[in-house]
Ligand binder design. Structure first.
Ligand code: ZN
Ligand code: MN
Length: 453
């Protein structure tokens, strides 16, 4: 039996840091720092209200019980990435507790959602974290607001953990409160009731799935050969695709949490959140009469869903859904692109769907056209031209050639073997490079054959 729990950190998209006015942005090392984020003597933190608001939105979206009053605490540790020797975080009273995230099939229990400051960035020179010769410290990141989302150990497979993180990221995108690509998880895994092992700081969701697959196999093999699993913290090496030991696990008590004396308790307030993916999915099913699988695929990308909805004013929602959840989504997924990262726009898809309803092209041609559009940002006319489809030869001529070249198939068809005509249609489509409507070609072939060729 495998038990997996996740502690996921995301960076909130505020302009300034969590406890000072230093800007949050890419810069030369150690440029955006002040006495507060360095923790110089006499400096006092002041909380960034926007960061609290964003945290509250996340807690609400994850159906958490929101605390009336929250406090910050000091988590003491000694490490160069934290010049104060403590991190300001929330321990005793977080923003939210006891929430859940609705996944296809089950509810993921959320233990807590809290805010904390990011430590500095350590740059390891001459090796990895376990082998570097020396380390450089950049305090620009120190004090950047993070939200940590902790699940109960509810996942039993790496795939479930990945699906959860994907959905979590989708929700954060709908909320518009986080910095894309900032997701990092500490992954806890225990196999068959053995001590749990933590893998620190794994980026994104694909890496989490891979790190877990590796770690579970490692532990199972260790157990099989009579080894013992110890409670420890490991690192995921993205290049080597393995986990490596970092340190044996400390407990929460080792951090000696105390309430942060420089910050007073903060009263929370009710925040508004936009429509979330699950709600949008349900609305699409009801409004447009599309099935759940299609709706789920469409809402998994915020802007994509918005364009779908806008196009529903002009085109049949079901036809749109077939293309949106199928061929177009496949092209985007294959290139690992969100809609807004791709060259596609509302206007281009509008152009594409007017070509779909015109019936000027068959499905195989349309699939080639949309693939070209995703690659190049061309409109339908340009894509057709790039693909050489407008040089297609006369359809009638192609049909006659095919009928002459494939006499056996024609005879089979005349003997009543219907599948032979599909073969002939395919041959015609090949000749016209996909630029034809299969139904139209079918009728034309039938006519030619019946009239005696
Ligand atoms: Zn600062
Ligand atoms: Mn944390």
């Amino acid at each position: 039996m495998i038990k997996i729990g996740l502690e996921t950190h995301v960076q909130l998209s505020t302009k300034t840091k969590l406890f000072c006015n230093c800007p949050v942005k890419e810069d030369e090392p150690n440029k955006n720092i002040c006495d507060v984020c360095l923790g110089l003597p006499g400096s006092k933190p002041r909380v960034n209200k926007k960061a609290i608001e964003y945290g509250l939105k996340i807690a609400k979206a994850l159906n958490c019980k929101i605390m009336d009053k929250i406090v910050f605490s000091r988590k003491s540790y000694f490490y160069p990435d934290m010049s104060k020797n403590y991190q300001i975080t929330q321990y005793e009273i977080p923003l939210g507790v006891d929430g859940y995230l609705e996944l296809d099939g089950f509810e993921v229990k959320i233990r807590r959602v809290h805010l904390e400051e990011d430590p500095a960035k350590l740059i390891h020179i001459g090796g990895s974290i376990t082998s570097a010769k020396y380390v450089l410290v950049d305090y620009n990141r120190a004090g950047v607001p993070l939200c940590e989302i902790v699940t109960e150990p509810v996942f039993t497979t790496p795939k479930e953990a990945r699906k959860y993180l994907q959905e979590l990221e989708n929700i954060l995108e709908y909320l518009g409160v986080y910095v894309e690509g900032s997701m990092k998880s500490d992954v806890n895994v225990s196999v068959d009731g053995n001590p749990r092992v933590e893998i620190k700081n794994v980026s994104g969701f694909r890496e989490v799935e891979k790190a877990l697959q590796y770690e579970i196999t490692r532990q199972k093999n260790l157990l099989k050969t009579g080894g013992k699993i110890i409670q420890e913290t490991r690192a995921w090496d993205e290049d080597m695709r393995i986990t490596k030991p970092l340190r044996t696990k400390e407990t929460e008590e080792d951090y000696g949490y105390i309430f942060e004396p420089d910050l007073t308790p903060i009263h929370t307030w009710d925040v508004e959140i936009p429509e979330l993916p699950i709600a949008r999915m349900k609305r699409f099913i009801e409004t447009f009469g599309i099935n759940e699988k299609f709706a789920r695929a469409i809402v998994s990308d915020k802007e994509y869903a918005e364009v779908y909805e806008k196009l529903c004013e002009k085109y049949d929602p079901k036809v749109l859904a077939t293309w949106f959840s199928g061929p177009i989504k496949k092209e985007l997924n294959y290139r690992d692109l969100k809609f807004r990262e791709s060259p596609l726009t509302y206007e281009l898809l509008d152009d594409f769907f007017s070509a779909v309803v015109s019936k000027k092209y068959g499905d195989p041609a349309l699939k080639l056209i949309i693939r070209r559009m995703v690659d190049s940002g061309e409109n339908v006319e340009e894509a057709v031209s790039s693909l050489g489809m407008n040089e297609t030869r006369d359809l009638e001529k192609a049909i006659h050639e095919v009928i002459v070249e494939h006499k056996k198939a024609v005879e089979d068809y005349l003997k009543g073997r219907d599948e032979a005509i599909n073969f002939l249609i395919g041959q015609v489509l090949r000749k016209v490079r996909g630029a034809g409507d299969p139904n139209e070609i079918r009728e034309k072939i039938q006519k030619v054959i019946q009239n005696g060729y």
